[in-house]
Design a protein around this ligand. Structure first.
Ligand SMILES: Cc1cc2nc3c(=O)[nH]c(=O)nc-3n(C[C@H](O)[C@H](O)[C@H](O)COP(=O)(O)OP(=O)(O)OC[C@H]3O[C@@H](n4cnc5c(N)ncnc54)[C@H](O)[C@@H]3O)c2cc1C
Ligand code: SF4
Length: 555
């Protein structure tokens, strides 16, 4: 089609940033603080900044203190609820064992952190960036990386709008735009789709452990005042997961009777019958937490992948003309379930190197100082101490792995480790076992009060896509879905997708029965789990038309 299309309009900037999350916004603010005259633009695929942001979130304020000293005196700063009570539990069936805080490695201590809506924080940061002169284009997805004559990144193009499902232009067709820049910062979050292409093009994962992921599913509840304990932060592991399936829950009380509750399930799970969504629903029925929601109302739902590989999985983060920042690079600290601080700190670090390069009149080269610098920065120090936690959990299971991981975090706090740096092994797509060797799991039916089904959940995410557009979940080989995903693995996509996008539908009855793979792309909440977990790596998530996707209410 592109041969017949009109040329794209091009705009020139000093810096283009892909993604208006904490990393992209912090990078933009830092750049303008150092180089007020630099032209900086952010493209954001959500209809507005914050629309696609889903997090816990209990945040470490270190990056806010560095980027915006004085923010604590600002009345409109959306970091209001300070952590007052920090609890860890191991769940066994209907029982819960509280772990004494004194036993926990100090780096897991949440005192001093704030409980926030990260979406609201991003809106606040966006206003600060705009006040400094950053241009922000919400509703535009970067769909293509632009390369120069020497193979360097020279910017991105936003997707064409008004293309029909068959790929033909409709009456509403509008050509995308080229946003050209001296440096481009990729801040798309976990499993960025342009980031994934850059990893392959520049072989950025060479010599690194595979990236590992989890899926985080979250609900926002309005609870009754007598059940609200502002500042309470509670984490659990164990039930309802078995010993070899990793993951855990979070529960944060904040704001006006709000409780954020969520579950992170590590995507190296083996049983294709497992459903992260249903495990989360089951978790809420535990006696430790279920009373929190009595007479409450669920007001938000969403899901998003998190990068869990840490120190040993971070790829090379600089390449000619561009860098990866935030979760696009994999800077999340998994035992702390915190990535916001490192997303912002990495954005600021990259911005400082970009500003220095611009001041020296450079453009399009590789910012090698960012690559060599991050490991000795606060981001590197944060990830180094926890580098063995996830590999130990995966290798030894929850009961022993959590203990060994805790010991390793303690010894690392003191400056040494008995374990060196442990590998992760396989990528998550290679971890499923064939269905024939696994037991189906019977999940309880939702009651519609405390536990819910997928469709009523997706409704709360306000997800919407133009229906007449190319399917943004692309199958490399459609035949492989039936031959392997269904016949060998029993169709795990219908269970791991938290939005009910994938279905295996029986077409006829009797001996001629045929299973058809259905993709309800309009339900997609952009969590990226299918791109990560499909056992054949057969599904690729690409950006749909800009503005499509969830519109999260303060998630
Ligand atoms: C369930 C859950 C709980 C969490 N809890 C916590 C917590 O308690 N504390 C904490 O600190 N961290 C937590 N995290 C992690 C934290 O949310 C992330 O580390 C952080 O949001 C990463 O910031 P980022 O800017 O790198 O990416 P993101 O926040 O993912 O932002 C990326 C932005 O880029 C946009 N984008 C992506 N691709 C494109 C494109 N091609 N074109 C245009 N725009 C694009 C997206 O729409 C999005 O707005 C949690 C994460 C999850 C999923
Ligand atoms: S289709 Fe993929 S990216 Fe979209 S919600 Fe389902 S698993 Fe997530």
């Amino acid at each position: 089609m592109s041969d017949e299309l009109p040329a794209r309009e091009a705009m020139e900037f000093d810096v283009v940033i892909v993604g208006g999350g904490p990393s992209g916004l912090a990078a933009a603010i830092r750049l303008k603080q150092i180089s007020p005259d630099a032209s900086v633009v952010i493209v954001e695929k959500g209809a507005e900044v914050g629309a696609h942001i889903l997090s816990g979130a209990c945040v470490d304020p270190i990056a806010f203190d560095r980027l915006l000293p004085g923010w604590r005196d600002e009345a409109d700063a959306p970091l209001k609820t300070k952590v007052k009570d920090d609890r860890f539990y191991m769940l066994f069936g209907q029982r819960a064992l509280r772990l004494p805080n004194a036993l926990m490695p100090p780096l897991l201590n949440n005192h001093g952190a704030f409980i926030v809506s990260l979406g609201d924080v991003c809106k606040w940061l966006a206003a600060k960036a705009e006040a400094l002169g950053v241009e922000i284009y919400p509703g535009f997805a970067a769909s293509e990386v632009l390369f120069g004559d020497d193979g360097e990144v020279v910017g991105v193009a936003t997707g064409d709008m008004g293309v029909g499902r068959d790929g033909a232009p409709k009456d509403t067709f509008t050509r995308g735009m080229e946003l050209r820049a001296k440096y481009t910062l990729f801040a798309e979050g976990a499993r960025g789709h342009l980031g994934k292409r850059l990893l392959a093009r520049y072989d950025l994962c060479k010599g690194r452990e595979p990236q590992k992921f989890g899926i985080g599913i979250k609900e926002l509840w309005q609870v009754t005042p007598d059940r609200h304990h502002p500042g309470l932060v509670q984490h659990t592991f164990g039930w309802p997961l078995d010993n070899k399936t990793g993951g855990g829950s979070f529960l944060y009380h904040y704001g006006e009777n709000l409780v954020a509750v969520g579950f992170v399930l590590h995507l190296n799970y083996e049983n294709p019958y497992l459903s992260p969504f249903e495990e989360f629903q089951r978790f809420k029925t535990h006696p430790l937490v279920r009373r929190t929601f009595t007479d409450g109302k669920r007001i938000g739902y969403g899901a998003r992948a998190i990068a869990e590989g840490g120190w040993q999985s971070v790829p090379k983060v600089a390449f000619p003309g561009g860098v990866l920042i935030g979760d696009d690079a994999g800077f999340l600290n998994v035992p702390r379930i915190k990535g916001t601080h490192n997303a912002m700190l990495s954005g600021m670090l990259a911005a400082e190197h970009v500003a220095a390069a611009l001041a020296a009149g450079r453009a399009g080269d590789e910012l090698t100082d960012y690559e060599t610098g991050w490991r000795s920065s606060d981001v590197g120090r944060d990830l180094w101490k926890v580098r063995n936690a996830k590999p130990l959990w995966s290798r030894f299971g929850t009961a022993v792995g959590i203990g060994l991981g805790g010991l390793d975090m303690w010894t690392n706090t003191l400056g040494f480790s008995f374990f060196g740096t442990r590998p992760h092994g396989k990528p998550d797509s290679a971890c499923l076992k064939p269905a024939a060797s696994c037991r189906p799991i019977a999940y309880p039916k939702p009651d519609g009060v405390l536990t819910f089904d997928r469709l009523s959940s997706v409704y709360l995410s306000n997800t919407n896509h133009e229906e007449d557009q190319p399917v943004h979940l692309q199958l490399a080989d459609p035949g492989l879905q039936k031959a392997s995903e269904y016949d060998v693995f029993a169709g795990p996509s219908a269970r791991y997708c938290p939005a009910g996008v994938y279905e295996w539908v029986r077409e006829d009855d009797g001996p001629q029965a045929r299973m058809r793979f259905v993709i309800n792309a309009q339900n997609c909440v952009h969590c990226k789990t299918c791109d990560i977990k499909d056992p054949n790596g057969n599904i690729t998530w690409v950006a749909p038309e800009g503005g499509g996707g969830p519109v999260y209410p303060s998630m």
